[in-house]
Design a protein. Structure first.
Length: 298
């Protein structure tokens, strides 16, 4: 029955996540990994591997359209991608090494995952988005000037072409290196971190930041190879998860037109908070740092 139940469960589970994601603006991987780690019996390695596959698959499905529309900036991607490819692969190797080298490694990962999810929770509450940031010429850094990083796209709301440039590129490169490492270790899509960095740090319009974030997520694809070579890509989980989130995202795009995003955003925040806390509790219990304090959580 497990072979029948769990693929069906993962399909329905990811279908719901796929519906929620477009409405809330939260990547499916950010919800998938912590929740699946808590409510399924699968190893955290399998969950992280599936999370990376889902994040990259969903990004690849939308990137061609975003590039054609001029929203995804290839010049920014060309600078960020090489760094994230390296750090995400290193992150994937480190994450698997921790869970396999130490008896309590998987519990350490759960505690750290819970901490990261709570960090995402607070970033979502505190972060503000600027629709059209202004970058003055004197604010542009040397890398932005030498590589002529800029872009333009048509904004229907203004009925005009919006032009933009960037700033703080060196700081952004270092930040994206850290983001790639975290994505590799925990199998999380990095959209929750990419968008604020592009928008608030580099001064990219919010629509371009969101689209370019999807393009940047594809740079995490090599980390999938690390999980695959270690046998941590389990078709029993990956196949129904990809199907579920793909169908759910299509439904969610239509639901977004009729539902209030503010309600969904706070629902997602509540889910993230609970998932983060439960992962920390399960990890600490596994390391025998704390005794069981919740029924069924061990």
């Amino acid at each position: 029955m497990d072979w029948l139940f769990w693929p069906l469960f993962m399909f329905v589970f990811t279908l719901l996540i796929g519906i929620i994601s477009p409405v809330s603006g939260v990547g499916g991987g950010v919800l998938y990994v912590p929740l699946a780690t808590v409510i399924t019996p699968f190893s955290v390695d399998f969950i992280r591997g599936a999370g990376l596959v889902m994040a990259v698959t969903s990004a690849l499905s939308s990137v061609p359209y975003l590039i054609r529309k001029g929203l995804a900036n290839i010049r920014i991607f060309a600078i960020i991608a090489p760094v994230m490819v390296v750090t995400s692969v290193v992150g994937g190797w480190v994450g698997l090494w921790v869970t396999n080298a130490y008896p309590s490694g998987k519990y350490v990962i759960k505690v750290l995952l819970g901490a990261i999810i709570l960090l995402v929770f607070f970033i979502m509450i505190l972060s503000k988005r600027v629709e059209f940031p202004e970058v003055r010429e004197e604010e542009r850094d040397s890398i932005s000037k030498k590589l002529n990083i800029w872009g333009e796209y048509y904004e229907p709301g203004l009925d005009k072409i919006v032009e933009y440039t960037t700033k703080n590129t060196p700081i952004a490169i270092v930040t994206f290196a850290v983001i790639g490492f975290v994505a590799g270790v925990f199998g999380l899509g990095a959209g929750w971190a990419n968008v604020p960095v592009l928008n608030l740090l580099m001064g990219v319009p919010i629509k371009v930041a969101t689209a370019t974030s999807m393009l940047i997520i594809t740079a995490n694809a090599p980390a999938i190879g690390i999980y695959m070579t270690k046998g941590a890509i389990l078709p029993l989980i990956v196949v129904p998860s990809i199907l579920g989130i793909t169908i759910g995202a299509r439904i969610g795009a239509k639901v977004a037109e009729i539902i209030k995003p503010k309600f969904v955003r706070w629902l997602v925040l509540a889910i993230l908070f609970i998932a983060g806390v439960l992962n920390i509790i399960k990890g600490l219990q596994g390391m025998q740092v704390i005794p069981p304090i919740l029924p069924g959580v061990s």
